[in-house]
Ligand binder design. Structure first.
Ligand code: AMP
Length: 137
């Protein structure tokens, strides 16, 4: 699938759309999901333009997973998370809604996840959770 330069995450990477950011470097951004499936739901995205995990250059995948681990550790500490679901949807058939590869970190049990990308979260609450997570990064 061709990469759409106007997808929401491409626009966040370029700074054209706001995001509640947790972490950013030259290769990766982590930010809060605005329709969380649990409190503390975060996303980690490589900056390289790739639609799915299958398109992602292995070096970018390797680096991104290091940041996924770093953010997961911060979520665990900040929110006293007893478990974290790492989710990655590749392709519309899997339920992917934003066509830029990303990793979900959801402090929850797989059995208690809210519906996917279904309802806007309380932005103030999300910002408060983000501050707590950032403090552990
Ligand atoms: P997926 O369906 O795996 O592509 O996941 C896309 C995720 O991005 C969903 O969990 C959405 O809630 C989330 N999302 C959509 N737009 C934004 C946005 N502007 N900022 C943060 N998260 C978003």
């Amino acid at each position: 699938m061709a990469y759409d330069e106007q997808n929401i995450f491409a626009r966040i990477i370029r700074g054209e759309l706001p995001a509640i950011k947790l972490y950013e470097d030259d290769q990766v951004i982590a930010f809060m999901d605005i329709m969380p499936q649990a409190d503390g739901h975060a996303l980690v995205i490589p900056k390289v333009p790739a639609v799915t995990l299958l398109d992602l250059p292995p070096e970018a995948a390797a680096y991104t997973i290091q940041i996924v681990q770093k953010v997961a550790q911060a979520i665990e500490k900040a929110l006293d998370a007893k478990g974290i679901v790492l989710m990655q949807l590749s392709g519309e058939a899997a339920g992917q809604t934003v066509p830029h590869v990303h990793f979900h970190l959801i402090p929850s049990s797989i059995h208690q996840l809210g519906r996917h990308a279904a309802q806007m979260g309380d932005q103030e609450k999300i910002k408060t959770l983000a501050e707590k997570i950032k403090a552990q990064l």
